[in-house]
Design a protein around this ligand. Structure first.
Ligand SMILES: [Zn+2]
Ligand SMILES: [Zn+2]
Length: 224
């Protein structure tokens, strides 16, 4: 059976370390921020989306500055409009402005939309989780997922909260349980070999299991 383009992307991410959804979401978020800052910097729709959100959330704003190459001019163009609008919406405030004007300014500073990158991330996460759940009954796909690092706990919870069928969720849970069973075994082995009595034994695949355990329970460090 053929896989959709998204399922194919997932299958490839199964071969990589960490939660496949975290990995693909991070890639998509990175590309999306790049396109927002560069390609669409002159697009009114982008300006409105960022303006309504009153800028990006802290995670995505710093990502735009620090991880999108040479973004200073793009960010300047985006934020000049943003700050100009903030100033306009605050109204004419002076030290003598009354309570009503202060309240109006406070109201005007509130965001009217979520960070556009967070909104993009939520959409991509939904698509990826749906695609994962839709394809798990294909034996080859299910086996490749079973051999992967599995979903991180936040993405597993999101998958279980989705509208997928109960059998698809049960299949996911069974595979994930086997994955976590292996992880737990590796952590136990890591602990055993940390004992001075066994200090002579070489570490095997369990060597990086503490780090993988953090990723597995909390999600990727740079989910973005
Ligand atoms: Zn994840
Ligand atoms: Zn955001």
């Amino acid at each position: 059976m053929t896989l959709s383009a998204r399922a194919h992307q997932l299958a490839q991410a199964f071969e990589q370390p960490g939660c496949p959804v975290c990995r693909l979401v991070a890639e998509s978020v990175h590309a999306h921020i790049g396109s927002l800052v560069y390609e669409y910097v002159n697009e009114p729709a982008t300006h409105f989306a960022v303006r309504d959100a009153r800028g990006f959330c802290a995670t995505h704003a710093w990502h735009a500055l620090e991880q999108i190459n040479a973004s200073a001019l793009g960010i300047a163009l985006l934020y000049e409009g943003l700050v100009r609008n903030l100033l306009k919406d605050m109204g004419e405030i002076t030290p003598k402005s009354g309570r009503r004007q202060v309240a109006a300014a406070a109201e005007a500073l509130k965001p009217r939309a979520t960070c556009p990158v967070c909104a993009h991330r939520a959409i991509i996460e939904g698509h990826l989780l749906r695609s994962l759940l839709d394809h798990l009954d294909q034996p080859a796909f299910g086996a490749r997922f079973g051999a992967s690092a599995g979903l991180c706990l936040p993405h597993l919870r999101a998958a279980l909260e989705s509208r997928a069928s109960a059998p698809a969720k049960a299949q996911l849970l069974a595979l994930q349980q086997a994955i976590w069973g292996r992880l737990q075994g590796e952590l136990a082995e890591f602990i055993r070999k940390s004992d001075y009595q066994f200090a002579g034994e070489e570490l095997g695949s369990e060597a990086d299991s503490p780090r993988r355990a953090i990723a597995s329970l909390s999600g990727a460090k740079d989910l973005g």
